[in-house]
Design a protein around this ligand. Structure first.
Ligand code: GTP
Length: 597
């Protein structure tokens, strides 16, 4: 296809504003999938998903559209991951296209993810077409939302398209706008191959599938291609496009978006954002701005039943095969035995992986407190990246500590603003901006990532009854007065409960943690001191009193069958418990103790 007849675009929207519904409509109305096949096709892929237990990632589609001017255009829609954890992936897919449809629910207005995603589109120099969706609903107010788009985002919304993705109104207008308002791609067919690796995933039938956008040159079957970051060379097995079913084609030229397979073994051999060229006579100028997506939140995953360690290893290796942004290494903890220290792009990413291990692989896990990466500057001038508070060096050898900060954008109805400000303030936030758009306030805070990784989303949701939207980006590192707080149960340090805290908040956190543990740990036959300490200094203390002698005597004395039953019961209970010295700690204690109320 010649460049003039190609349009590449993405759809940016806040969750639930109708991105998927609109995409389906665009596909349907251009007969990319014949109406009667639409259902079948969807069912087909679902069956495969069910059978194989894999997630099919059909996130790109090529649409042929014959416009009102009688010419036929190729429209490539790239779907972008909606969640903030995948910001880097979003920004790469944005760089693979020239324009965006900005979908805003006309009954709701601009939300935090609308902003975050549209800023990414603006940064990628996109032409942006505002689309006001859900105009079929009585609460739709296009004038107000168009004005809000102009005020808050600062783009012209006078020609915003009014759409109901549900009932099909405005779909033709949207397609015409894509053709006439978005620019065609540029590129040189005769130049050396330069293609962007936009995404990759593991397919049960095809192996690793790589989504590519051709900038210059031509990509064909049989070519030997080189990944410029890793220098790995592969022969191309297959070249194709998504209609939306995978369909092979002879070649992909400049401006085109499609996939290749090339007997690549694992997804981690492909780096999102990398430049693909030919092994011989390739380009020597890679696409600008490559950065690997790096994990920012770390936690330990341990099997509750230590006999399941090998199963856990197996599960983690399988999951990592299809998720290059997830890192892991073996970890041993005095308290928890063998497990893995894992790195994630963010909290949601952590939760997804943890849930999949528990559900798909049926392994009960102990998850230790999520932690961020601290930069520890030593007195000898060296710097250590601390991924696990348990590894904190002796404080007397440390000069200073830096922690990662984020810029958080929160949009919230007026009446909850006070609670949101208090929450951010409590989490050591620094207010940077506060503006209004109608009855919604937009606040921007500079916050330590550490204060957000545990339960910030949950707290925000509960104080605003679910009406707030939230988005963040990492901004950099800053020094602060941080210390490692240890928890001692019966005078034994429990490494899995070690955390980094701000000095000013240590007493409060320590006290809260000891109080919680006192409730969570069952009473034993002896008195158990529970303490929080910094260095050698105890800053908080609770005591769990002992079970009364006569009660235990009754339990353990008496007839043998009763004793046996009791032991069996205990054994079953043990599975969910971990022993620390002489004390059994239930696994909920690890998570609960670290929650802040
Ligand atoms: P995620 O996939 O969760 O990110 O959301 P999304 O932005 O893709 O939204 P989706 O298309 O799933 O739509 C969210 C809800 O809004 C669904 O229940 C849709 O049926 C509904 N919806 C989408 N478009 C319209 C519309 O034009 N009118 C009405 N009344 N409902 C719509």
């Amino acid at each position: 296809t010649d460049l003039d007849h190609i349009r590449n675009f993405s759809i940016v929207a806040h969750i639930d504003h109708g991105k998927s519904t609109l995409a389906d409509r665009l596909i349907q109305s251009t007969n990319t999938v014949a109406d009667r096949d639409m259902k079948e096709q969807l069912l087909d892929s679902m069956d495969i998903e069910r059978e194989r237990g894999i997630t099919i990632k059909a996130n790109t589609v090529r649409i042929d559209y014959t416009a009102q001017n009688g010419e036929t255009y190729v429209l490539n829609l790239i779907d972008t991951p909606g969640h903030v954890d995948f910001a880097y992936e979003v920004s790469r897919s944005m760089r693979a296209v020239e324009g965006s449809l900005l979908v805003v629910d006309s009954t709701q207005g601009v939300e935090a993810q609308t902003l975050a995603n549209v800023y990414q589109a603006i940064e990628a120099d996109h032409e942006i077409v505002p689309v006001l969706n859900k105009i079929d609903l009585p609460a739709s107010d296009c004038d107000r939302v168009a004005e809000q788009i102009e005020d808050v985002i600062g783009i012209d919304a006078t020609d915003a398209i009014q759409v109901s993705a549900k009932s099909g109104i405005g779909i033709e207008d949207t397609l015409e706008a894509i053709v006439h308002r978005l620019p065609a791609p540029t590129g040189d067919r005769d130049a050396p191959l330069k293609a962007m690796l936009v995404d990759s995933w593991y397919d049960a039938y095809l192996g690793v599938v790589v989504l590519v956008r051709i900038m210059d040159g031509v990509l064909k079957k049989g070519q030997r291609i080189k990944m410029m970051q890793t220098n790995a060379v592969y022969p191309v097995d297959r070249v194709g496009v998504f209609r939306p079913a995978m369909t092979t084609v002879d070649e992909l030229g400049p401006g085109e978006i499609g996939f290749i397979t090339a007997s690549i073994k694992q997804v981690r051999d492909t780096k999102v954002g990398d430049t693909i060229t030919t092994e011989k006579k390739g380009t020597d100028t890679p696409l600008p701005g490559f950065k690997p997506s790096v994990p920012v939140v770390f936690c330990g995953l341990f099997p509750v039943d230590s006999a399941e360690f090998e199963d856990l290893r197996d599960a983690i290796e399988k999951l990592a095969l299809n998720d290059a942004s997830f890192s892991y290494e073996m970890e041993t903890s005095a308290a928890l035995g063998f497990g893995f220290r894992c790195g994630f792009l963010g909290l949601l990413h952590l939760e997804v992986i943890r849930d999949r291990i528990e559900r798909e692989y049926d392994i009960d896990l102990i998850t230790t407190a999520p932690s961020v990466i601290y930069n520890i500057y030593m007195k000898d001038g060296s710097m250590i990246e601390l991924h696990n508070p348990a590894d904190m060096p002796d404080p007397s050898t440390v000069d200073h500590i830096e922690e990662p900060r984020i810029k958080a954008t929160i949009m919230v109805p007026d009446e909850y603003l006070g609670d949101v400000l208090k929450l951010c303030q409590d989490r050591r936030g620094i207010q940077m901006d506060l503006t209004y758009a109608g009855t919604r306030a937009m606040v921007v805070y500079d916050l330590p990532l550490n204060e957000v990784v545990f339960d910030f989303y949950d707290r925000l949701k509960s104080v605003t009854k679910g009406y707030a939207s939230f988005d963040y980006q990492m901004t950099g590192y800053r020094e602060d007065n941080l210390v490692k707080m240890q928890v001692l149960v019966n005078d034994e340090p429990v490494d899995a409960l070690s955390t980094m805290v701000h000095r000013d908040r240590a007493e409060m956190r320590g006290r809260a943690m000891c109080e919680k543990l006192k409730e969570l740990i069952p009473r034993h036959m002896f008195k158990i001191p529970i303490q929080a300490a910094i260095g050698g200094k105890v800053i908080a203390r609770e005591t769990l009193s002992a079970l009364r002698k006569d009660v235990t005597a009754k339990c353990y004395g008496g007839d043998a069958t009763r004793k046996k039953k009791l032991l069996e019961k205990q054994k079953a209970g043990k599975k969910k418990m971990r022993q620390f010295g002489k004390v059994d700690i239930p696994q909920e204690a690890f998570i609960s103790a670290l929650k802040m109320d």
